[in-house]
Design a protein around this ligand. Structure first.
Ligand SMILES: [Zn+2]
Length: 136
């Protein structure tokens, strides 16, 4: 079997679609105003994908201004392997806040596996979900 072309590769977020029809329209749409995540979980998944593809602009754009860092350095030694969403609370289309608990699996250049486990807090402002930070 020939290797998949990058365009048709599975989206890193784990929803099962290819990146080109899954999170890429969100990554692109955030800049054009065409597409935004409808739920907190959807935003969380698209932000994970942005980490995986190195889209810093999307990560900063979907960060709440109150907690957004001035700059964002992505660790070039980490490859994001898989996202597991463990639980969600609120965060639906009609909600103003929501939380998403997840484990993000990564591997470094030495082949060591690691995990980031977080309960993330999101708020919806002007119809747009934004990442606030870890709960607590
Ligand atoms: Zn995706």
């Amino acid at each position: 079997m020939s290797p998949e072309r990058p365009r048709s590769r599975r989206c890193p977020c784990g929803l099962g679609e290819s990146y080109s029809v899954c999170c890429r329209p969100l990554h692109r749409g955030r800049r054009s105003g065409a597409a935004t995540a409808t739920t907190a979980e959807r935003l969380m998944r698209s932000r994970y994908s942005a980490f995986a593809v190195g889209d810093r602009a999307y990560l900063l754009a979907t960060w709440h201004p109150s907690t957004r860092p001035a700059t964002l350095d992505l660790d070039p030694d980490l490859t994001w392997q898989r996202l597991d969403v463990l639980a969600t609370a609120a965060g639906a289309e009609g909600d103003a806040t929501g939380t998403v608990e997840f484990v993000a699996h990564h591997r470094d250049t030495a082949g060591r596996d690691g995990q980031q486990h977080e309960v993330s807090v999101f708020v919806r402002e002007a119809g747009e979900w934004l990442y606030v930070g870890p709960q607590g």
